[in-house]
Design a protein around this ligand. Structure first.
Ligand code: AMP
Ligand code: TRP
Length: 327
């Protein structure tokens, strides 16, 4: 049976990119196998964050998970920090990753290349080690993520091969599962940049008011020319909107483009906004209800208990394999 695991870090307000690239798909795995979805709160500490903001973001992600259709009877939903085995496994596995490979990680380079070494925390450098531990702790073979996380999953695979070569068949080889439509949603104000929780104009936040979402889409940067066509190179803005539309309607951006061959940019954008709001308004309503009811609290508590039970089995196996005394 498949073991599926993914997580989102509570560093900021979730965006439409998170929704399309990751969140929206988690529920599709529920009937395929055993699913573990967590809030990567330890990962959120890798860059400075206000404690109250971190707590509130974590609550929000729990509610978003439930609003997206994850059913706690089928999926184990939990906070990473409430399962100490993540940190314990990391203490072991970090010894099987090397400085050279961590330095090559795109996310690390993006976030830290302009920073002075004396300002770069050890945690952000070692991030892929904790992420590998998150995955390997549950014997996960499938890891649904957006494109930007594939490199980290690949590194976890290298680690598994290295570890198993030395100690025998202990860890399960994971594979990134990247959605076909919307693996990389770009900023609406600068379609050469990823939509990434940090640009109030170019990012659509899942908590944005519907009127604000419509306005952001209507003022999205478009390209020269006037024809709606899918051409990432020459029409990055329009292509991004076609990808968003396609993700909402479960069609490819090329198919979406065919629906708008005779449309003007303005009319096309209106339809994109309608499609996004058709999906996000009911999602926001579910989120609101869940947040107010406080039901997510018991979900997280039970989830952590289940996660600890599963995680402790694999942790013990690893501890034994490397030679820690367990009698
Ligand atoms: P993060 O916000 O970095 O914790 O990302 C959570 C999940 O959302 C990961 O699977 C990312 O790959 C995915 N994701 C983040 N930004 C985007 C984006 N702009 N387009 C598609 N997927 C994304
Ligand atoms: N690194 C992921 C991100 O930034 C979040 C994450 C942490 C994760 N651990 C994971 C995703 C394990 C999948 C599996 O998006």
């Amino acid at each position: 049976m498949d073991r599926i695991l993914s997580g989102i870090k509570p560093t900021g307000s979730l965006t439409l990119g998170n929704y399309i690239g990751a969140l929206k798909h988690f529920k599709d795995f529920q009937d395929q196998g055993e699913v573990f979805i967590f809030i990567a709160d330890l990962h959120a500490l890798t860059l400075p964050i206000d404690p109250e903001v971190l707590r509130e973001n974590s609550r929000d992600i729990a509610c978003f998970y439930l609003a997206s259709g994850l059913d706690p009877k089928k999926t184990t939903i939990f906070l990473q920090s409430q399962v100490p085995q993540h940190a314990e496994l990391n203490a072991i596995l970090q010894n099987y990753l090397y400085m050279g490979e961590l330095k090559r990680m795109t996310q690390f380079k993006d976030k830290c290349s302009k920073m002075n070494d004396s300002a770069i925390g050890l945690g952000i450098f070692a991030y892929p080690s904790l992420m590998a531990s998150d995955i390997l702790l549950y014997d996960a073979n499938k890891v649904p993520v957006g494109e930007d996380q594939v490199q980290h999953v690949e590194l976890a695979r290298d680690l598994v091969n290295r570890f198993n070569h030395r100690y025998g068949d202990i860890l399960t080889l994971p594979k990134a599962e990247v959605t076909k439509i919307g693996k990389r949603i770009m900023s609406l104000s600068d379609p050469s940049k990823k939509m990434s929780k940090s640009d109030p104009k170019g990012d659509i936040f899942l908590k944005d008011d519907p009127a604000v979402i419509r306005k952001k889409i209507m003022s999205a940067k478009t390209d020269s020319g006037s024809e709606v066509s899918y051409d990432v190179e020459n029409k990055p803005g329009i292509s991004n909107l076609l990808t968003i539309y396609g993700a909402m309607k479960d069609i490819s951006p090329e198919e979406a483009a065919k629906l708008f061959t005779n449309s003007r940019y303005g009319d096309f954008k209106k339809e994109v906004a309608n499609a996004v709001l058709e999906e996000l308004i009911p999602f926001q309503e579910r989120y609101q209800k869940i947040k107010e009811s406080g039901e997510y609290l018991s979900v997280l508590k039970e989830g952590a208990q289940k996660a600890r039970d599963v995680a402790s089995v694999i942790l013990k196996k690893v501890q034994h394999a490397v030679g820690l005394l367990d009698e």
